[in-house]
Design a protein around this ligand. Structure first.
Ligand code: UT7
Length: 359
């Protein structure tokens, strides 16, 4: 059975820098609050109408394809992780195929909807496709455009100040050489917490889960369910429901528990322990979460890569952007034991242990 290896990587962030100070012009917040609670100093936003999730993904993909030295026509599977796709359907994977100008149809494109864990879920999926022999050259992308879907009034400030736009991509190929390959993966979910971090409207639930689980504060008027209005209606707009919802403290508490757990689980599967770890690249949700995890696991500063200060939380894109930057800065070197770990909406979480195989 072959192993999977990352042969190329690249990232792309839009040029518009939005500082914490900029956000104070539209909502009641402060640079101090945002830095203290999250570590974020600035983030990037797209140019509206000119960039989209799949165009950011295309820019990152072109870099990854060039880095791997492959022909884009050789890609046989596109895996696209995002919670902010261009369209509700079709998925972002086919739009990326079109943006890349890949016209052959001996290719498949699938979207992964595991939010902050999207890249780890995607890499685990890529690994399974490679191991089963069902794919040989996979383009895996994590890309998000949050800036067009946030509530920039004071009401939405607990969510809006955190998120940013960006994309990261890798090429995953088969190899016989285990010393440059993915060593172990773990992915988990717990749907009990589905609404704690969610974007429920528009959607097909029609209030069913809200009643079934007695979820407070989400009711809208669905009109007559027999005649539409169920998925999307005026009341959702009037009630300001078309924004993400996050119970920040609940997410934070679970994240700081699950990160160390899943990292240890995956290291153990790979036959390693914390002392073998050269670099941890955690999802960039909050610098305080990552510092907490580092402290719990007794990792020193050089063993954890963080760039949330500059990009905010780019959800499915955060790990590939961070991995790409860490490689560019020489902080991830050939032969290093690298751990990627994520936790987020769902709740979903997971980790990948790999030996970095590129210069
Ligand atoms: O990637 C997806 C996974 N997401 C995460 O992992 C996020 C995990 N959670 C967090 O990072 C933190 O919970 C947040 C950074 C989102 C929020 O920090 P917090 O310390 O949990 O704040 P809070 O929501 O409990 O709010 C504390 C206070 C409230 O004011 P009162 O009620 O104490 O007067 C908020 O209204 O801070 C207020 N607040 C703000 N103030 C200024 C909330 N957001 C802001 C803001 N600026 N942007």
């Amino acid at each position: 059975m072959p192993y999977s290896t990352i042969t190329g990587i690249g990232h792309y962030v839009p040029k518009n820098v939005v500082t914490n100070q900029d956000l104070t012009k539209v909502m009641e917040t402060s640079d101090e609050w945002i830095r203290e609670r999250t570590g974020i100093e600035e983030r990037r936003y797209i140019t509206k109408g000119k960039e989209t999730t799949s165009t950011l993904a295309m820019e990152a993909s072109l870099k990854a394809i060039a880095d791997a030295g492959i022909d884009k026509e050789d890609i046989d599977l596109i895996i696209f992780a995002t919670l902010s796709p261009d369209y509700y359907f079709p998925g972002a994977g086919v739009l990326l195929q079109r943006e890349l100008g890949i016209t052959k149809t001996e290719i498949a494109a699938l979207d992964i909807r595991a939010q902050c864990s999207g890249f780890v879920y995607g890499l685990t999926t890529a690994d399974a496709y490679i191991k089963s022999g069902m794919a040989k050259k996979i383009l895996l992308v994590g890309a998000e455009v949050h800036s067009v879907g946030l509530d920039f009034t004071t009401r939405g400030r607990n969510v809006s100040v955190i998120f940013g736009d960006g994309a990261g991509a890798v090429i995953v190929e088969a190899t016989e050489d285990k010393s440059v390959a993915i060593q172990a993966t773990s992915i988990h979910s717990d749907g009990t917490y589905a609404e704690k971090l969610s974007y429920m409207y528009p959607g097909a639930h029609g209030g069913y889960f809200i009643e079934k689980y007695a979820i407070e504060g989400f009711d809208v008027d669905y009109g007559n369910p027999e005649y539409g209005g169920y998925f999307f209606n005026q009341d959702m707009i009037d009630q300001n429901r078309l924004y993400p919802h996050m119970e920040g403290q609940a997410v934070f508490k679970m994240a700081v528990r699950k990160f160390p757990e899943v990292i240890m689980e995956t290291l153990a599967k790979a036959g390693m322990d914390v002392s073998d770890l050269d670099m941890l690249i955690p999802h960039q949700a909050n610098l305080r979460i990552n510092q907490f995890v580092a402290k719990t696991m007794r990792l020193n500063k050089d063993q954890v890569y963080n760039n949330i200060m500059r990009y905010g939380n780019t959800t499915a894109a955060s790990i590939p952007i961070a991995l790409s930057e860490a490689r560019d800065e020489g902080k991830v070197k050939k032969g290093d034991n690298v751990v990627l770990a994520a936790f987020g909406a769902g709740f979903t979480w997971g980790a990948v242990v790999l030996k970095w195989g590129r210069d």
